[in-house]
Design a protein around this ligand. Sequence first.
Ligand SMILES: [Zn+2]
Length: 257
Amino acid sequence: MVGIEDEAIVLRAVDFGESDLIAHLLVPEVGRLTVIAKHARKSRKRFPGSLDVFNHIRVRVSRKRPDGLGFLEQALLLDPFLPLREVPARFALASYLVELMDRMAPEGGPEPDMRRLFDFVHSALVSLCQGHPDLCMRLFLELRAFDALGLRPGLERCVRCGSELAPGLVGFHIADGGGICDAHGAEGLSGVLRVHLGTLRALDASLGSRIDQLPRLRLEGQALAEAREILFRFHRFHLGFELKSERFLEESLGGPA
Ligand SMILES: [Zn+2]
């Protein structure tokens, strides 16, 4: 029997059978982990209010095999992030981030990477508990989510040759995941957006900033529109589909359609 005792964030919980619950957790030690909570719905005493989405909990899980489904033995509530549930825009953006993690976080990745991923999600939820997130915050957090998932776009140099990007309009190659220089842009590649270097620089600066400082950074006008297009296309390229929470997020945050 392989055991895990660690903290976790609840990404999703669904009813299973007559009395059980299946929960998808993000755990620093192993990344995404699916557990079954036996009798969770019949006996609320065992997991009292601890398996709601977003909850930060401490868990004890047993697994028959290291790569198998886990059995949740115990879950203690550390923080329910109640402020996320009080403001629609916070709730919408938090829902979007945990759904993104539920679809993309690896199961059993290298521990340092999984810990970094967990730290990102935890700090994002903490920071979303304050303020009123807008489209700008959504883009910054989405970019950070991709970075934490190991999909950081190239925002400083040409992703094909490493040369400096010239000021003004530059190409952003969606499949290669980054800016491209004039020489490579002239090759007639498909899937290239034309954006201003300043937009890439602003996104890069947001990645270098502390998460609680993000509300001070602003993207406006053309830069906001370009950043939105980059993130939208980048998301679609890597995921290939729309997340369920996406429409609600669009309605809650507004911004250009
Ligand atoms: Zn190049």
